[in-house]
Design a protein around this ligand. Structure first.
Ligand SMILES: NC(=O)c1ccc[n+]([C@@H]2O[C@H](COP(=O)([O-])OP(=O)(O)OC[C@H]3O[C@@H](n4cnc5c(N)ncnc54)[C@H](OP(=O)(O)O)[C@@H]3O)[C@@H](O)[C@H]2O)c1
Length: 300
């Protein structure tokens, strides 16, 4: 029988909240599994279970009767997913989607790969469990950095209030990106295509765009010129590795991510033939549509 019941852990978060909306709109029966200490609230049609995310008994009971478990917990928590996998196997869950939603980790290298190694380890653990339990399957979803979330968190270097922009190197390097709404649609499409997406790392991207195109489109759409500061990708990469060596992991992560994604010659934009967009029937927005929507959200 097709997947009908879906449990989402981290359902109130950046990825979790739009995912819950998209799942409900697509007709899935959604259960939010939230920490016992959480004060998060959910739409009325969502069943809410408070669970101890460190207890196999608590999680196995919470996953009972769930066809799929989607993990969208915070980055700081991704190394704690093996217990979720064990509980999903014990409860007879058919599909497990781990908290990934970034660059496809097999493609990463250096400090960035080291920082995200917990995600790769979890993926290995899931594969091992799926080999041992035929009925337990998984899909890992790589989406590249988020566009709208990245605008809010300084990734794209656009500051509409200050009318400033930051560009790394020439600003012409093509970068892959997806909005949170697109990520949510991808999760729905994966669950609707159970057989095609079984035991696979799926890569999707809403659009490839350069920093200069983002900058130009913001200027055109707001009618304001932005004052541009240029940073060196090599310098950022070096600073990131230094911070990492000193143990300042999250500051290092930001520098390394910027350098990896935006520096000239990185050539990390995902190629058309690597993408599952068509297979999943996904239709994204254009860069301009995403920017218009973002500006509207900021001013509304
Ligand atoms: N590609 C990108 O640009 C990008 C950007 C951001 C994140 N991501 C990835 O997307 C996934 C989801 O991240 P997110 O940003 O959506 O997560 P988030 O909003 O930071 O957190 C999601 C949920 O995790 C739960 N949680 C469990 N333990 C927590 C703790 N100790 N502190 C805070 N929250 C905790 C909370 O739900 P309850 O309160 O209901 O328990 C929270 O709402 C991660 O794998 C992350 O690495 C990718």
């Amino acid at each position: 029988m097709a997947i009908q019941t879906v449990a989402v852990i981290g359902a109130s978060g950046n990825v979790g909240a739009p995912t819950v909306q998209a799942l409900l709109a697509a007709g899935f029966k959604v259960t939010a599994i939230s920490r016992t200490t959480s004060t998060a609230t959910f739409p009325p049609s969502v069943t809410v279970i408070k669970a101890d995310l460190s207890s196999i008994e608590s999680l196995t009971s919470a996953f009972k009767d769930q066809d799929a478990v989607i993990v969208t917990t915070a980055t700081s928590e991704v190394d704690k997913q093996t217990i979720l996998v064990d509980a999903a196997v014990a409860a007879g869950v058919k599909r497990f989607i781990p908290s990934e939603f970034g660059h496809a980790f097999p493609k990463l290298s250096g400090g960035l790969a080291a920082i995200l190694s917990a995600k790769a380890k979890v993926a290995e653990y899931i594969e091992e469990k799926a080999r041992a339990h035929q009925e337990f399957t998984w899909t890992t979803i790589a989406t590249s950095p988020f566009f709208d979330w990245g605008l809010d968190h300084g990734l794209w270097g656009i500051n509409l209030k200050e009318k400033t922009a930051r560009v790394i190197d020439s600003g012409d390097e093509l970068v892959s990106t997806s909005t949170l709404g697109f990520v949510a649609q991808t999760i729905v499409s994966v669950l609707q295509r159970e057989e095609e997406t079984k035991n696979k790392l799926i890569e999707v991207v809403e659009f490839n765009v350069s920093q200069n195109e983002v900058l130009r489109t913001f200027e055109e759409e707001t009618g304001s010129k932005l004052e541009v500061q240029v940073l060196s990708g090599k310098e950022l990469g070096r600073a990131g590795e230094e911070k990492l060596a000193k143990g300042d992991v999250w500051a290092a992560f930001f520098d390394l991510l910027l350098a990896w994604s935006f520096a000239d010659g990185g050539n990390h934009a995902v190629k058309e033939d690597e993408l599952a967009n068509t297979q999943l029937g996904l239709k994204g927005q254009s860069v301009r549509e995403a920017i218009r929507k973002y500006i509207k959200t900021c001013s509304g």
